[in-house]
Design a protein around this ligand. Structure first.
Ligand SMILES: Cc1ncc(COP(=O)(O)O)c(C=O)c1O
Length: 396
């Protein structure tokens, strides 16, 4: 007889992070001989730069293999401080920097450190699933901030203002954004700044993991407004910009008082990040940046290719993304024609047409009628993937 397991209620509203769930389905199809075109996961298809790999190997040979302080080694935290000064002109205390095992844990740790049951946290919808999950897991209530295509996938200023109330403890932002590729403008950020100053109970968590992947113009950050720095947690990581997703390295920069609480979550869960990986991250920021530039150029070419091809499909329209490596085509017309919602479209495209992408609702209810393509895939895969979708849609 099967054991009757009893599980914690808190996990009932946690997401499954769709790229990983779809990855399991893809692996099963491949074992059956299917040639699946994989555009479901946001992972650069480039190797980690050689100088970065060498720095980790050197650190291993130097026996940098024991525990480190839970918030990360001082040299890396200082390197992050210098990087943030260079990017945004801000002065951050190295004790306000916490190095984390990937950027995702930083989101959870912020939610755990700041939220109580009854508190509200505003999260983008559609938006990266971990925002919603981390708020739920902390026992608080996520409140949707609609991200709208008509605003080039930014938010409506009035909608943000009306979402904030005295219970709002956290506002989560993401620019450039997953899944839409949208970016926040300086005007959007000024609205956030003013609202943050008016609401002294509210912190802003700005996830800028795609800060280095911006195509048109300059990356704008809430961190460049020093007047609200004591209400901001800036989150970033090495995974996307340096093709280091599997190294699991991220960080948060925040007021020292907040960093102490966040570090306490680290101390009580994973103790600290991999020692020698931290030396690789120092090299990533301090060493040559040519590999980042090469990737960005290639992503830009792929961006133009995929958006051009998607817009050639009858019933599909796709806004040109301004950052990250995702295209988020509107397929509402196809949903109407086929009678399928975007989740059913995703399932159909994977199981009957060997194309792995994600449905917009994997990122929140307002993603209905959209699909997400990751173009961190080769140009050949982009051509093959969009062709599969074109044929599938033409058949209905
Ligand atoms: C917006 C956003 N934040 C955070 C993450 C997680 O990054 P990491 O792999 O460093 O945990 C991702 C990964 O796709 C992401 O898209």
């Amino acid at each position: 007889m099967a054991f009757n397991y009893s599980f914690a209620d808190r996990l009932s509203n946690a997401g499954t992070d769709s790229p990983f769930a779809v990855g399991i389905e893809v692996a099963a199809l491949e074992r059956q001989g299917h040639k699946v075109t994989k555009m479901h996961i946001g992972q650069p298809d480039f190797p980690t730069p050689e100088n970065v790999k060498e720095a980790a190997i050197k650190a291993i040979h130097e026996n940098k293999t024991g525990y480190t302080t839970s918030n990360g080694i001082f040299e890396l935290r200082q390197t992050v401080v210098e990087e943030l000064k260079k990017r945004y002109g801000v002065d951050v205390d190295p004790d306000g920097v916490v190095i984390t095992p990937g950027t995702k844990p930083m989101l959870f740790m912020a939610a755990f450190a700041l939220l109580n049951p009854g508190d509200e946290a505003i999260v983008p919808n559609p938006g990266y699933g971990a925002y919603h999950s981390s708020v739920y897991l902390a026992g608080a209530k996520p409140v949707s901030l609609p991200i709208v295509e008509e605003k080039k996938f930014s938010f409506d200023h009035e909608a943000l203002k009306s979402a904030v109330n005295s219970k709002t403890k956290l506002l989560m932002l993401n620019t450039p954004a997953n899944p839409t590729g949208g970016v926040l403008t300086r005007d959007d950020l000024k609205v956030v700044r003013d609202l943050t100053l008016e609401n002294q109970q509210m912190m802003v968590l700005s996830d800028e993991i795609y800060a280095r992947i911006v195509y048109d113009g300059k990356h704008e950050s809430i961190y460049s407004f020093p007047e609200i720095q004591d209400q901001v947690i800036y989150a970033d990581g090495w995974g996307k910009a340096y093709s280091m997703t599997g190294w699991r390295m991220g960080f948060g920069a925040m007021p020292v008082e907040v960093a102490k609480k966040v570090s306490s979550v680290a101390i009580n869960t994973y103790s600290g990040v991999v020692n020698f990986n931290q030396y690789a991250c120092i090299e990533a920021y301090k060493g040559p940046q040519a590999a980042v530039d090469t990737m960005l150029k290639e992503f830009d070419a792929r961006r133009k290719l995929i958006v051009g091809l998607l817009n050639e499909i009858d019933g599909v329209s796709c806004v040109m993304p301004k950052g990250a490596f995702y295209a988020f085509p509107n397929v509402k017309e196809i949903c109407k024609r086929t009678g399928k919602n975007s989740q059913q479209l995703q399932h159909w495209l994977l199981h009957e047409h060997d194309l792995a992408i994600l449905h917009g609702t994997a990122f929140g209810s307002l993603g209905e009628g959209y699909l997400r393509f990751s173009y961190a895939a080769s140009q050949n895969d982009i051509r093959a993937g969009v062709e599969k979708m074109k044929k599938a849609f033409a058949s209905v």
